[in-house]
Design a binder for this molecule. Structure first.
Ligand code: SF4
Length: 227
């Protein structure tokens, strides 16, 4: 296999649990457990999930550092801060006015749902929480699923562009499915394990960043021998 070419499988097999688990085992062996999500608290994870929309994580880290330095990385502080001041603090994350608005909407949601008490929020079931999150302005399926798994400890598989690229390049999924369909495929195939959902997505992101870029670097990729 030349490193510039993706591995393409001609047979469009239905995704099976055993295939997915073999993929996960190979990634885990290569990279070790990723211990996601990078964040000190579930609240920080939620804020990071919104800030990371359409930007690289390194930019999110700068925005979060600004919030920490200004002592604004808490529910109470973000509820009180003006949108304009918040936008300036999160400027490194890009789209800062839009993201400030989204964070304020999210704080209003937390206030309504649980008064900022995340242990209270966690009492709801995953499907109920997911529907509520999706109703918040600026929270799409990827953000909602990231918050569910990494901040609230609910088994909801996250689908992102790397997942779609890797599994369609390997011919396991056709590639034009909707987010809902992708999530359904993984959820049906995988055992319901929070640790698996957590770490599998993290492994996929690492593979996407290191190997499965727009121009794939198959040479040395842990998935090179697959399918
Ligand atoms: S996952 Fe790895 S082996 Fe598969 S296409 Fe992407 S870079 Fe190539």
């Amino acid at each position: 296999m030349r490193s510039s070419e993706p591995i393409l499988c001609q047979k469009k097999n239905r995704l099976k649990a055993s295939q997915l688990l073999r993929v996960y085992a190979a990634l885990r062996k290569a990279y070790g457990h990723q211990k996601w999500w990078p964040g000190d608290t579930p609240f920080e994870v939620m804020v990071g999930a919104i800030l990371t929309q359409n930007t690289a994580w390194t930019n999110v880290e700068k925005a979060i550092l600004n919030l920490k330095k200004a002592k604004k990385l808490s529910f109470a502080a973000l509820r009180r801060i003006s949108k304009e001041k918040l936008a300036q603090l999160i400027r490194p994350a890009g789209y800062f006015n839009i993201k400030a608005d989204r964070l304020k909407c999210f704080m209003a949601f937390l206030d309504r749902e649980c008064g900022g008490d995340l242990s209270e929020l966690k009492r709801s079931t995953m499907p109920v929480l997911r529907d509520k999150l999706l109703a918040v302005k600026g929270v799409g399926p990827e953000t909602a699923d990231s918050i569910l798994v990494y901040a609230l400890g609910k088994t909801s598989f996250v689908i992102d562009a790397y997942t779609q690229r890797i599994f369609s390049r390997h011919g396991l999924v056709k590639g034009h499915e909707t987010y809902h369909r992708w999530r359904e495929i993984f959820t049906w195939a995988l055992p319901k394990s929070l640790d698996l959902y957590n770490d599998f997505h993290a492994q996929i992101v690492r593979t996407g960043k290191e190997h499965c870029r727009k121009v794939p670097r198959c040479e040395g990729c842990p998935l090179q021998r697959f399918f």
